[in-house]
Write a protein that binds this ligand. Structure first.
Ligand code: HEM
Length: 181
């Protein structure tokens, strides 16, 4: 998968989203950590919306050949990038909350954010991961099973909508944290 996504992409996709929160935490500067969290969070949110409401439906409407060609470029890169991004967002959020001293008396919004984050990670590393690796196997296969690819694509699309709902909910909890709820 790393080779299919190209090696420099694979290295960047892991090092940047996981390295930034570590640097933010080590900086011991809340403003730096906040910026890292905002940057990664906005990236994850934006990509989820784009994937669920634009790219997914477009992919689903392509012919089998065009779908395969698109998926060849798209699936390995997205798969490699989004898992580290999700860990980076949740890690930076937890770290930021700790730098701000919020864990001393967590508000309901902070607990809700943590619960939603766990649900998002389970979804991403569980079913979404297995659907994308399944798609990758089909793409890489000598004889692509187009029906299986389309079925996985469809399941992936439906679950991305669930992810989107959780994502909107977690951003609402961010506002709650900000205003002390
Ligand atoms: C998809 C996941 C997430 C996204 C998209 C996201 C996004 C954001 C955004 C846009 C802000 C800036 C707005 C604000 O200050 O309220 C923010 C702030 C913050 N986030 Fe997150 N976040 C995510 C996950 C988390 C998690 C899991 C935690 C901790 C458990 C967390 C903790 C915080 C904290 C402590 C702030 C600062 C609040 C403040 O300014 O008072 N975030 N986040």
């Amino acid at each position: 998968m790393a080779a299919a996504a190209t090696r420099p992409f694979a290295v960047g996709a892991v090092v940047v989203p996981l390295g930034l929160p570590v640097l933010g935490y080590l900086s011991n500067n809340i403003q730096v950590m906040f910026t890292v969290h905002l940057f990664l969070g906005a990236f994850w949110f934006g990509t989820s919306v784009l994937g669920a409401v634009v790219l997914g439906p477009v992919m689903g409407s392509l012919s089998a050949e065009a779908n395969l060609e698109f998926a060849e470029g798209f699936v390995p890169k997205m798969n490699l990038l989004m898992e580290p991004v999700s860990v980076g967002v949740v890690g930076s959020g937890i770290g930021l909350a700790s730098m701000m001293g919020l864990w001393a008396s967590p508000t309901p919004s902070l607990w809700a954010a943590l619960g939603l984050a766990i649900a998002l990670l389970v979804l991403g590393f569980g079913p979404l991961h297995s659907f994308t690796t399944g798609m990758f196997d089909e793409i890489a296969a000598e004889e692509t099973d187009h029906e299986r690819l389309a079925a996985l694509n469809k399941k992936y699309g439906m679950l991305s909508l669930v992810e989107l709902v959780l994502m909107i909910a977690i951003v609402a909890t961010m506002s709650g944290i900000r205003w002390g709820f």
